[in-house]
Design a protein around this ligand. Structure first.
Ligand code: SF4
Length: 522
């Protein structure tokens, strides 16, 4: 959006207020917001974990700049657009859908000229006491018109002398990564994903995915490496548009002699020919795939009907062809999944470590937290699919976001696992994986011991919070005493400082997946 508006002559400043808050306790968001002189303030509300922060920020803007419009955008803002504009006075407008580059340009034109907003596409806005909802008509069927200026951020950092505010995540400086987006929309239908094909059709007016052409996607990757010396993550499985598309893309990459590591995402297992093509097109590449569980029945219920045998063959094919790392992501909180099934996933992870010993295959396991995406099938058809929701409205989610521990923040549990069981299984699987890595010599014993200590401390903290909540007190001095312990643990439960490196078996392997979530899905 910033690249598009700048290409039309508007001055845009990006500021990641959350990163700045995390980077320095001295950063005062209120003072910062007061100091920004903008005609229009845009705030991202893509996923619900940001809801409380996004609305607080909007309220700050209104306190200091009451006459300036506040526009929200993103998937969650699109989902709750009407409520946001009618019930939250700090929000003037929401731009809906997955492609708001052109709608925001139209909006800026109208606002600058003082004209009526009635024909601004995808816009929901307040008009006196009324909430007006313009049709969601801007849903482009290709991504080729999206301008991406990879140099923009560098110029803005220099202009505003604000590096932290332009970083996509807190540790970007030590683990820099760029992205190239192949698609908006998805051909798959994973039950808990609001980036699924059903959800795109239901909520964002998109009935088929929009792809970036293979040539432009390869160009994006080549331009990204001019600015960022780190891995480039390609959002979306490039085989979704068909093998001809994927083949062309890889040929284009080969022609450009890419030096950065390229991280490719697979939504389903891939054959040996594809692994060969990737290996002959790129000097350095890694693969990420999310089988979610070792249990094929659970995986099928989740919307991914493929076998472990196919998955292992895929890992073999890529690792034999020089894959830098093959990351597999497992999840807790799935349909049909029980605590025993999660234990089974940890046992399966051990088998994987043994089978691929000496090769760079890394399984990760984490809970589906904190929120089931509003808009996804599991949220929309919760009862039918075996999910029980603790929140459905914006207010419900804001209330949950301020609860004292992540167990109480979860907005769901399943017919097969309660919130408590999801929390317990998350800690026990973390301990299990850590012990496997220590016993097999995959991590240094002292590092594994410290990780274990931190997981046990987090588990203990969670139990102490449970006890306080059980006594009917979700605030007060008992809870205050736990605040410091919680703060110390919050950043270090899962990894050591030494592990904070993309090239190691670390939490930073999750960055591409996290970025993918921010761009497109959960
Ligand atoms: S999890 Fe990935 S593959 Fe599944 S529906 Fe969402 S975006 Fe598509």
């Amino acid at each position: 959006m910033a690249s598009h508006l700048e290409s039309k002559g508007y001055e845009v400043r990006i500021s990641n207020v959350a990163t700045r808050m995390l980077s320095s306790e001295k950063f005062d968001p209120e003072r910062f917001v007061k100091s920004v002189d903008a005609e229009v303030f845009g705030i991202d509300l893509h996923w619900m974990p940001h809801v409380q922060g996004a609305l607080e920020l909007a309220a700050m803007v209104k306190r200091h700049h009451p006459d300036r419009p506040v526009v929200l955008g993103g998937f969650s803002a699109s989902y709750y657009h009407e409520k946001l504009v009618s019930d939250y006075p700090q929000v003037d407008m929401v731009l809906r859908g997955d492609s708001t580059e052109v709608p925001i340009e139209r909006l800026m034109e109208k606002l600058s000229a003082g004209k009526s907003l009635t024909d601004t596409p995808n816009l929901t806005y307040r008009d006196g006491a009324r909430t007006r909802i313009n049709p969601l008509t801007h849903v482009p069927d290709t991504l080729d018109d999206v301008a991406i200026d990879y140099g923009l951020v560098i110029r803005k950092v220099l202009k505003y002398r604000d590096l932290e505010g332009h970083l996509p995540y807190k540790n970007w400086k030590s683990n820099p990564m760029s992205i190239a987006v192949s698609v908006r929309g998805c051909t798959h239908n994973c039950v808990n994903c609001a980036g699924s094909c059903d959800s795109f059709a239901r909520n964002f007016g998109r009935n088929k995915p929009a792809f970036r052409s293979p040539t432009m996607l390869a160009d994006d990757i080549a331009r990204a490496e001019e600015y960022v010396k780190g891995a480039t993550f390609v959002v979306g499985d490039v085989r979704q548009a068909g093998r001809t598309y994927a083949d062309k893309f890889l040929k284009e990459l080969k022609n450009r002699r890419i030096r950065n590591e390229v991280v490719l995402e697979l939504f389903t297992p891939a054959d040996k020919d594809f692994a060969d093509e990737v290996a002959t097109s790129l000097d350095r590449f890694s693969i990420q795939i999310s089988p979610e569980t070792h249990d094929e029945a659970v995986r099928k219920a989740q919307g991914k009907p493929y076998t472990n045998a196919a998955l292992e063959k895929t890992a073999d094919a890529f690792l034999d062809r020089g894959c830098g790392r093959f990351d597999m992501f497992y999840m807790i909180g799935l349909p049909l999944q029980t605590p025993e099934s999660v234990d089974g996933t940890v046992i399966y992870a051990k088998k994987l470590y043994e089978r691929f010993k000496g090769k760079r295959l890394f399984p990760f396991i984490s809970p589906l937290a904190p929120f089931l995406d509003p808009g996804g099938n599991a949220f929309e058809k919760s009862e039918e699919l075996g999910f029980r929701l603790f929140a459905s409205s914006l207010d419900d989610h804001i209330r949950l976001a301020t609860m004292p521990s992540w167990k109480y923040v979860l907005n769901y549990e399943t017919q097969w696992m309660t919130r408590g069981q999801i929390v317990d299984a998350s800690y026990s699987s973390g301990l299990g994986l850590n012990a496997i890595k220590r016993d097999m010599g995959l991590v240094d014993k002292s590092v594994a011991d410290r990780t274990e200590e931190r997981i046990l401390a987090a588990q203990d903290l969670s139990r102490r919070i449970d006890a306080i909540v059980g006594r009917g007190k979700a605030s007060g001095s008992d809870m205050e005493q736990l605040r410091d312990s919680a703060k110390a643990l919050s950043e270090s439960t899962v990894c050591e400082k030494e592990e904070l490196d993309w090239s190691e078996d670390s939490i930073y392997a999750s960055i591409p997946r996290m970025i993918s979530s921010l761009v497109r899905r959960r």
